[in-house]
Ligand binder design. Structure first.
Ligand code: 5GP
Ligand code: MN
Ligand code: MN
Length: 327
């Protein structure tokens, strides 16, 4: 019945009404891919006034700048849109100043897949079993009778590939591969897309990653003896290597590959005394519980929050909370 309400919210919007799309702060491949793919779908339906934005610094990570539908991106949101559609956002805090736009809109639809979703917004399409928000977005487009084309498919494929860790995480189900097959059938080239998204990093990003990995610490007694590996990166590190903050978003991947640790933690400086914390688990710990306890959110095996103080104190807090959230 949520699907019907979401379809109705779109169908009752006029072709010339303003539709504002919003994804989360510091957008990743799923946030941007699901939003732009859906935006293209709205365009195919004849909607002429569609804008896409996100809160905070309006920096689109380099790998996503060539996504189809990028011309929908417009930093300034409509002030009084008829319909607001939100993508990949677990809580209003991830919407920053744009949260009030959702609350004030005559109609709003939230498309998401976070188990920690707080239930904000009008119509809520939140499926914690979906591997990516793009799975939900594709479900709604198909109910709106918008056929997949190569542009929409590229956006959704990028979203799916990034959120499933290139089709290797637990959420990679039969239906995920079936959706991927339907996307690829539109003619998109997975090899080219993967090279662009994952294998086009500046040399400085590799050097920075090397340095930050070089200072990683293995704490084998943490998480009830399942082990935790952690590292941190400062704004000074970014500056020294001339890199923007988003190059650290994939740093958690090599860190989480360590066999001796079930839990991995990357603490990234955002400002003086403020850190963006990425948490991953291989199963022993529900890291979304740890993140939620610190005002953040996410999934059972991948979550995050904003921490304050010194990096070492943030890690000490995580270490303490892990023992409380052992499965
Ligand atoms: P990442 O570590 O890749 O930034 O985020 C992992 C997961 O945790 C994502 O699903 C993301 O939505 C969630 N997450 C990361 N940081 C935060 C945060 O500060 N607040 C909330 N609510 N969720 C977060
Ligand atoms: Mn996301
Ligand atoms: Mn997502």
């Amino acid at each position: 019945e949520h699907w019907a309400a979401a379809v109705e919210a779109v169908r009752s919007t006029g072709a010339d009404d303003e539709i504002q799309l919003i994804c989360h702060v510091n957008p990743d491949g799923d946030a941007l891919g699901s939003m732009l793919g859906f935006g293209l779908g709205l365009r195919r339906l004849g909607f002429t006034r569609v804008r896409a934005t996100f809160p905070g610094d309006f920096v689109v990570p380099e790998p996503y700048r060539l996504l189809p539908g990028s011309d929908l991106l417009e930093p300034e949101a409509f002030s009084e849109p008829r319909l607001v559609i939100v993508f990949d956002v677990a809580s209003e805090s991830r919407l920053g100043a744009l949260a009030s736009r959702v609350a004030a809109a005559p109609a709003s639809v939230v498309l998401d897949h976070h188990a920690s979703n707080t239930g904000f917004g009008g119509v809520r399409l939140v499926d914690p079993h979906a591997a990516a928000t793009s799975v939900v977005a594709e479900g709604l487009l198909s109910r709106l009778k918008v056929p997949l084309d190569a542009e929409i498919a590229e956006c959704f494929y990028v979203a799916l590939a990034t959120d499933t860790g290139s089709f290797k995480f637990d959420m990679t189900t039969v239906s995920v591969h079936e959706l991927a097959a339907r996307l690829i059938a539109t003619g998109i080239r997975p090899g080219e897309i993967s090279r662009r998204i994952f294998d086009s990093r500046p040399f400085g990003a590799m050097k920075l990653t090397g340095e930050v990995i070089g200072r990683a610490v293995l704490d084998e007694s943490a998480a009830g003896g399942r082990g935790m590996v952690w590292t941190y990166a400062t704004l000074a590190d970014l500056e020294r290597h001339g890199q923007p903050p988003y190059v650290l978003d994939s740093l958690i991947d090599p860190v989480r590959s360590v066999a001796e640790a079930d839990v991995s933690v990357v603490v990234k400086q955002v400002a003086t005394g403020e850190w963006s914390v990425s948490l991953r688990s291989k199963g022993a710990v529900d890291v979304s519980g740890v993140a939620v306890a610190q005002g953040g959110g996410g999934h059972r095996l991948a979550a995050g929050f904003t921490g304050y103080g010194e990096a070492a104190d943030v890690v000490a807090t995580v270490r303490r909370l892990l023992d409380e959230h052992l499965n």
